[in-house]
Design a protein around this ligand. Structure first.
Ligand SMILES: C=C(O[C@@H]1C=C(C(=O)O)C=C[C@H]1O)C(=O)O
Length: 119
């Protein structure tokens, strides 16, 4: 520590561009984006599985959308994005849109699970 109580080594977050491999053309950029999507999609599918579980556990359709939980997630992922050297506003937009899609899916899953149980 120095006299102003600032840590001697302040670790700045790595910038998004510093996480990438330098590309010479768009084909290379797209190859890397496709490779990342191959990681992201299975994770999003797995996340969707928890929406099915939420649909099973929640007592009514009125419980599917939970505004407090949405705002908690947004605050959490914004902080995480900043920590990673990313853009909190971009991550927030992605998350809000993703959660809307999952809420619609959860509504459908809620009905599907209950319809099936009356067969
Ligand atoms: C899964 C839930 O249901 C909804 C879906 C959310 C999500 O995609 O993370 C968040 C809040 C809810 O409106 C939940 O309540 O946690």
């Amino acid at each position: 520590m120095n006299s102003t109580a600032t840590p001697d080594t302040v670790t700045e977050p790595q910038l998004a561009i510093d996480k990438t491999v330098h590309c010479k053309d768009m084909a290379e950029v797209r190859k890397h984006v496709d490779a990342l999507d191959d990681i992201l999609v299975p994770l999003l599918v797995e996340r969707g599985g928890y929406m099915t579980q939420a649909a099973r556990i929640k007592p009514t359709q009125g419980h599917v959308r939970d505004e407090d939980r949405i705002e908690f997630i947004v605050a959490r992922v914004r902080a995480r994005a900043a920590q990673e050297g990313g853009q909190p506003d971009v991550i927030e937009a992605i998350y809000r849109s993703m959660m809307e899609a999952y809420i619609a899916y959860e509504h459908k899953e809620f009905d599907r699970l209950r319809d099936a149980s009356t067969d």
